[in-house]
Ligand binder design. Structure first.
Ligand SMILES: [Zn+2]
Ligand SMILES: [Zn+2]
Length: 122
């Protein structure tokens, strides 16, 4: 990865819009990304959630029962200058969302208009 790419994957502004249920990132190159909090929770990259997803994928007939995990955010903090940790209302805080991965997963129309089913590799 070139230095130029790394530079564009840095956020200039970061905001959690609880009312809209969005994490809004404005990148240093001017691009803007809106990530749904529910999507962020669904693609949580922590070991526990990754394992739960593997188990569910291995058993496609298993029905999801009950409400999904909380998509309400109580806080967020920077991890170095390369990632964001999100603290969810149910106390879950193991997911470290790398900025490169977030940028690669941007769901805006310009970037393809789809939410990937997992946080993309940087
Ligand atoms: Zn997790
Ligand atoms: Zn985009």
């Amino acid at each position: 990865m070139s230095m130029t790419q790394v530079a564009t994957h840095r956020p200039q502004k970061l905001a959690v819009d609880r009312e809209a249920g969005l994490l809004r990132i404005q990148w240093v190159d001017g691009h803007a990304s809106d990530f749904r909090l529910a999507w962020l929770r669904a693609v949580c990259p922590c070991a526990t959630c990754a394992e739960a997803k593997r188990t569910a994928d291995a058993d496609p007939l298993r029905l999801a029962v009950g409400p999904g995990p909380s998509a309400a955010v109580t806080g967020a903090e920077l991890v170095g200058n390369y990632a964001l940790r999100i603290i969810w209302a149910d106390g879950h805080d193991g997911g470290i969302y790398g900025f490169s991965g977030l940028r690669a997963s941007c769901p805006c129309a310009e970037c393809g208009g789809i939410e990937p089913d997992h946080l993309r590799a940087e």
